[in-house]
Structures are given as structure tokens and as C-alpha cells.
Design a protein around this ligand. Structure first.
Ligand SMILES: Nc1nc2c(c(=O)[nH]1)N=C([C@H](O)[C@@H](O)CO)CN2
Length: 117
């Protein structure tokens, strides 16, 4: 299986468990690995025969910027559901980074895999 990937999709969203985090938007960074059979698209040179990663990014920006979840786990699960449900991906790996959320770290977050590899 081939992999389409996205690195560091940057979105501002309301996320976090503390009172102050409910008042502001913070930046999250999203990494994706999406299983796809790219052979047909490569043969035809037509994006319609694969998963359009720009469309995926636009859909996720729309969802994440409007979301108000507390946990990075919840956001990652929602992203995996969108990619598998709306883009027919068999397997996806989603990483949600929350930069500088914990003092002394560069970032914290979660990485999940859903579907069959
Ligand atoms: N497993 C998790 N732990 C924590 C989360 C989270 O989303 N998942 N979130 C927080 C706070 O919101 C933190 O990011 C800000 O200080 C703490 N622990």
C-alpha cells in the first residue's frame, strides 16, 4: 500500500482542559499518513483517481477551526473518522501536536492509527 502524507497542517482551535484554554485559541499541528493505492492515479495522471490531499487539508481546517474539544485524543479520533469516512481511506495515522503546551517541552500530543494497514 502507498502512503499519502501531510506534515504540520497548522490550525488555530479552542482545545484544552483548563479554564484559560476555553477562553483562547491555540495552534495545533497535524501530521497525517493515509494509505492509498496510487497506481491508477499515476497511470492516468488524474487526481480524481486518488485521495486529493489538498481537499483533505481544507476539510480538516474547516473542522478543526470550529471544534472545541478538550483532549488531543478526541481531536485525533475525529480527524481519523473524517479521513476514513469521507475519503474512503483504509488506514490512517493521525498525529496531533500541541506546541509549547507544557513548559519545558517543544510539543506534546498524541499519535493514533485507525483501520487496516
Ligand atoms: N492525555 C492528555 N493529557 C493532557 C491533555 C490532553 O489533551 N491529553 N491536555 C492537557 C492540557 O490541556 C494541556 O495541553 C495544557 O496545559 C493536559 N494533559
Amino acid at each position: 500500500m502507498d502512503i499519502l502524507f501531510v506534515r504540520e497542517l497548522k490550525v488555530d482551535t479552542r482545545i484544552g482542559i483548563y479554564d484559560w484554554e476555553r477562553q483562547v485559541k491555540q495552534t495545533v499541528l497535524i501530521d497525517l499518513e493515509i494509505a492509498a493505492d496510487t497506481h491508477a492515479a499515476a497511470q492516468s495522471d488524474k487526481v480524481e483517481q486518488t485521495i486529493n490531499y489538498q481537499t483533505v487539508c481544507q476539510r480538516l481546517v474547516s473542522h478543526i477551526s470550529a471544534s472545541e474539544v478538550e483532549l488531543v485524543e478526541t481531536l485525533a479520533e475525529q480527524i481519523a473518522d473524517i479521513i476514513r469516512g469521507e475519503f474512503a481511506a483504509r488506514w490512517v495515522q493521525v498525529t496531533v501536536h500541541k506546541p509549547a503546551a507544557v513548559r519545558g517541552t517543544r510539543d506534546v500530543g498524541v499519535r493514533i492509527e485507525r483501520g487496516k494497514d
